[in-house]
Design a protein around this ligand. Structure first.
Ligand SMILES: *[C@@H]1O[C@H](CO)[C@@H](O)[C@H](O)[C@H]1NC(C)=O
Ligand SMILES: *[C@@H]1O[C@H](CO)[C@@H](O)[C@H](O)[C@H]1NC(C)=O
Ligand SMILES: *[C@@H]1O[C@H](CO)[C@@H](O)[C@H](O)[C@H]1NC(C)=O
Length: 356
């Protein structure tokens, strides 16, 4: 209820802001006497969606690194020549960037929800305006989580390998997977993405929904989700979703002992960050039947080398960090990041400030 209201409100604010910025910028552009006085924004990746770039261009000059992908040194070099940065990608964003930016640099926004590659403590210490783009990617990420749940639980990858190897048997006991209806699902971290996964699960008639977290979530009741200790979630769940941010507390949260507590029929889905899982332990668990299967949108390292052992496992469905990779979602992320930077340069509150 509250979450729905918040979402509606955020959408409203977002739309109004977009409209506002467009009309203000349209005016100022037509009356712009000296384009040389326009602020300059560095966008660190040339492939950033035009929706965001065009928003910036209404009020600013936009520059890009020459190389694609850009080197860190190239980005640091340009940081000193701009008023704002749209930081696209997961390259370390820390005090060094702010130092190289110097006094001219007023604002930075990432184009992501996870901020594990950002030294947020340093931004907080300097009170430096920092934006990010949560919420808009919840739907796309949750969709991919559901896709991985089904693909891993129903052995899509293994089945395809069997076809490739002329091993299609089709007999009654062949390639059997796990049911979803009536199952117990555990969500580690019932934040925006976890809640969106939970809403999608309603259509699957699952038996029980468990979650873990530091404190009860007000949204849990409407979702029929029950807060339990982590061990209980690991022991009881048929499907386990990881949807927490990567922090020092969640690093290798799923290690050999956690995997050992899961059911041998359990399916683990990770759409958060690779380092939340001890990948060596996961590979061992998938090989020796400690758990049934895993669906991974994230892993360690990224990009994953083609010869990584993970890719040799028939019961690991692995996709290359595609959670937010839809046209609409990336457009929205770019647009919000642009609004953040514009507001930060103007000295106004960002549309979506990082709550450090
Ligand atoms: C996380 O751990 C690293 C390395 O141990 C440490 O440098 C950093 O300060 C920690 N961060 C927080 C927020 O505790
Ligand atoms: C797994 O993590 C838990 C909690 O941090 C810790 O107590 C345990 O020793 C770890 N087990 C292994 C095998 O690393
Ligand atoms: C599977 O591998 C893990 C990690 O090496 C180990 O802890 C576990 O005991 C093994 N389980 C079985 C059934 O061999």
């Amino acid at each position: 209820m509250f979450a729905n209201m918040m979402r509606t409100k955020l959408c409203l604010v977002f739309c109004v802001l977009l409209g506002l910025v467009s009309s203000i910028s349209a005016q100022s552009e037509s009356t712009m006497a000296n384009p040389g006085t326009r602020p300059v924004v560095l966008v660190t990746n040339k492939e950033t969606p035009l929706k965001g770039i065009n928003k910036l261009k209404l009020k600013c000059d936009v520059i890009f690194p020459q190389n694609h992908p850009a080197s860190r040194e190239e980005i640091l070099e340009l940081a000193g020549q701009v008023d704002g940065i749209m930081w696209v990608g997961h390259m370390l964003l820390n005090g060094e960037v702010l130092d190289r930016g110097g006094s001219r640099l007023k604002a930075i926004s990432t184009m992501s929800a996870g901020m594990d590659y950002v030294d947020t403590e340093e931004f907080k210490r300097r009170k430096f305006p920092l934006g990010y783009t949560p919420i808009v990617l919840n739907d796309a990420v949750a969709d991919s989580a559901i896709g991985l749940m089904i693909a891993a639980g129903r052995r899509f990858h293994e089945g395809r390998l069997a076809i490739d190897q002329s091993q299609w048997k089709g007999s009654p006991q062949w390639m059997l997977g796990q049911d979803i209806k009536g199952s117990t699902v555990g969500i580690i971290g019932l934040g925006g993405i976890g809640q969106t996964i939970a809403r999608r699960l309603k259509g699957f008639e699952i038996g029980q929904l468990l979650y873990t977290g530091r404190r009860p979530k007000p949204e849990a009741e409407a979702l029929g989700a029950k807060l339990v200790p982590q061990d209980e979630l690991l022991q009881e769940s048929d499907y386990i979703f990881i949807a927490v941010p990567l922090t020092n507390e969640t690093f290798h949260l799923i290690n050999a002992s956690a995997l050992g507590k899961m059911k041998p029929t359990a399916v683990l889905v990770n759409v958060a960050r690779g380092d939340i899982v001890d990948q060596k332990a996961l590979v061992a668990a998938l090989k020796n039947g400690t758990i049934f299967a895993a669906g991974l949108d994230v892993m360690t390292p990224e990009p994953l080398p083609a010869d990584d052992e993970l890719l040799t496992l028939p019961n690991a469905v692995v996709i290359p960090h595609l959670g937010s990779a839809t046209v609409q979602t990336r457009d929205n992320m770019a647009e919000i990041a642009a609004l953040n930077v514009l507001a930060g340069i103007a000295g106004s509150p960002m549309f979506s400030p990082y709550p450090y």
